[in-house]
Design a protein around this ligand. Sequence first.
Ligand SMILES: *Cc1c(COP(=O)(O)O)cnc(C)c1O
Length: 350
Amino acid sequence: MPQGVLTSYKQFLPINENTPIFSLGEGQTPLIKSRNIVKIIGCRELYFKFEGCNPTGSFKDRGMVLAVAKALEKGVTNIVCASTGNTSASAAAYGAYLGLKTTIIVPQGKVASGKLAQAIAYGAHIAVIKGNFDSALSIARELSSKHPIELVNSINPNRIEGQKTAAFEIVDDIKRAPELLFIPVGNAGNISAYWKGFKEYFELGFSKELPEFHGYQAAGASPLVTGKVVENPETIASAIRIGNPASWENAIKARDESGGLIQSVTDEEIISAYQLLASNEGIFCEPASAASLAGLILEKKNGSDFHDKTIVCIVTGNGLKDPENAIKISPASYGEYQNDYESVEKVLVN
Ligand SMILES: *Cc1c(COP(=O)(O)O)cnc(C)c1O
């Protein structure tokens, strides 16, 4: 029986007797052991932390459940967020469960259809703007500063607190921290949250080691790599199409304190990792989520030796979020056959 993040990790979260406790079943996501890609990488062990198994299909639920609980604790019944899609789907779901008014601000034409479908179905109030994520976020910030509305983007510290539980789960599952953690980076809340989580568990003695963080941005949206804000970020990986990450400094801190790096991968590299993950491991993720594996493959190609390493790739969201890209990108092997047994039997040799 999944108990959810608030119950499972209560003592590590800012929860008191006035904090409402509830769950849509977030957290306890599988750490899937690689059977096939591990051979390409040549590492000791490779795991995929599949966050697509959260109730709305992305890791955002881990932080959202706490952000919403803390808003309710204060007596706030309106929440707002800017979103490339997954934050809004998550906010809308918890808003619906708790009877809150949820307002979401999304960039026009930039949100994958599955995510928009979720926000609509959950009954959120949706403002579509002719602008990018970064301007949506600045509008959401202003709304929450002028009205009694809780901002539930990852600049809300409760989002980070909730999301750090994914790091706890990894250590709880493999009884140690991996040597290397690969993670997609957009607004940079998640990389900050994982670093906080691993550090806290380390300081409490639950792990004897800290992972080295390898963050990956999309080449067309890689401000943390170039050190410069990107005015018009472009990538197929819409969840990380962000030009001015809100958690910039904390991402750099995670990189430097862990002795790791933040680099970029091209859309081609992302797509190829995305296909490999689905067709070789049975893990269907959205394009942004494949940036972690794309980075690992790139480093392998560039000559890194991982033979004595345990590696975890964070797979941030579910492939069903973005069905258009799945169909467009993947080399489907289907054909039309006549409606009789003999014709269809030929599919076996095709
Ligand atoms: C939000 C999101 C990201 C990026 O996380 P940040 O905290 O913004 O860096 C990556 N992948 C998916 C699927 C997401 O929803």
